[in-house]
Design a protein around this ligand. Structure first.
Ligand code: GRF
Length: 181
């Protein structure tokens, strides 16, 4: 069973839900994340774990891991989750935490990958699904798909094409990994 961590819009969460994957819990660091509302609409347990409510990141991550484990989560998918995870979380789901990132890692890690790819003038960028470690988008790559940067692309047009790729790529990888074991 799958838990999903989110911070924002939740379009990747929606792609996972629409694919019919066994998602049983959705957790966020931001109560106002639209993704939480999407989970609730789908009838899935959704909870917010704001950093400010805990005495440390470790305490927050431990509480979030407990909550997911209680619901039977074995695999954790980060779908637009914008905080790093501490070892106390990762050790609970060793080798079973994955993330989707809007660039061809190791190029353009971090929160501004699309802006940085455009500014760098690269001819192509893309989407990556990778295992999560303690670093910023630094874990081993599972799969990547290229997206050509078109003349006249803006952050918005490039993001739309990358996200269209993510919405197909992420459910496919999650299905292959999670349901194979
Ligand atoms: C995605 O582009 C993902 O690659 C990045 O954050 C974005 C989240 O979008 N990590 P959404 O919340 O799934 O719509």
């Amino acid at each position: 069973m799958i838990g999903v961590l989110v911070s924002g819009e939740g379009s990747n969460l929606q792609a996972l839900l629409d694919d019919g994957l066994p998602i049983v819990a959705v957790a966020s660091n931001r109560g106002e994340a639209r993704a939480l509302a999407r989970a609730e609409t789908a009838g899935i347990a959704a909870e917010c774990f704001p950093l400010g409510a805990y005495e440390s990141r470790e305490a927050r991550d431990a509480a979030m891991a407990d909550w997911l484990a209680t619901r039977g989560v074995e695999w954790v998918v980060l779908a637009g989750y914008m905080h790093l995870l501490r070892p106390v979380f990762l050790e609970r789901f060793t080798g079973r935490v994955i993330n989707v990132h809007p660039a061809l890692l190791p190029e353009f890690p971090g929160a501004h990958a699309i802006e940085e790819a455009l500014a760098a003038g690269v001819p192509e960028t893309g989407a990556t699904v990778h295992y999560v470690d303690e670093g910023v988008d630094s874990g081993p790559v599972i799969v990547q798909e290229r997206v050509v940067v078109e003349p006249g692309d803006t952050v918005e047009t490039l993001r739309a094409r990358i996200q269209a790729v993510e919405h197909e790529l992420l459910p496919r990888v999650v299905r292959d990994l999670c349901l194979a074991r």
